[in-house]
Design a protein. Sequence first.
Length: 305
Amino acid sequence: MYKVHCLNNISAKGLELLDENYQLTDNVEEADVILVRSANMHEMDIPANLKAVARAGAGVNNIPLEKLAESGVAVFNTPGANANAVKELVLAGMLMASRDIIGGVQWCRDNAADENIGKAAEKAKKQFAGTEITGKTLGVIGLGAIGKLVARAAEALGMKVVGYDPYSSAEKAAEISPNLVYVENLADLYPQADFVTIHVPATPATKGMVSAEALAQMKDDVVLLNFARDTLVDDAALTAAMEAGRVRAYVTDFANPAVMQMPRAIVIPHLGASTEEAEDNCAIMAVQEVMAYLADGTKTHCVNM
């Protein structure tokens, strides 16, 4: 009997898959399996019987991979399970940055008591006029599970898509879409893109990759979207670029004090994967990964061994 402890709320759709060989426990110290979403495990003591950890999500920055590997504990993630949810929010982010939807909604709320709000709105609407995304160019950095969905959706909306991924190739990019323009370095992507969206993991190599140098290569009035990790962007460099008027908007799923002070920042409270469907998909995949591993050693999405 394997005992399973959940460090966060895990969708019942996943937990329902656990058969008679598994039992949920509230005591982490007796866990054979840990299921986790966002809880920070770096300061945790490793349970003596722990055999596997599964994260219901793609990023594993909250899990001490090397420490667990040294203890023989396999760590799994669920790449792609929440990709559609993130893709949809990226599209929403582009629209919010292009059309001042937030400003318009706020105007209506601020003027809710005006009995003639309909007429007033007709006069006020010009201050919220925006631009369309059809015909614009989207630069997609990272053509993995999320990036490829964003690329296809953007094309469906009439955008030209330029893609970059150091682990891909022109041939692989063509499988995403024959119209996707693949470039081998970011210096070729930045000058073309009206919108730049980042879909890469947070690693020492990608930390601060959106630097002053990178921002200087981008088009004036570019819209930058970050639904990957906040550490990918150099906040000081971006603040300077925005204050200089070179960046139209920064749409990010990661709030921090620096971002909250940026002009024209659209800040979302990490909602990328926050849909019922995504949480169900991640939980199901996490449980399946663990059960397959404990049944016969299968390591489909093991990230530390």
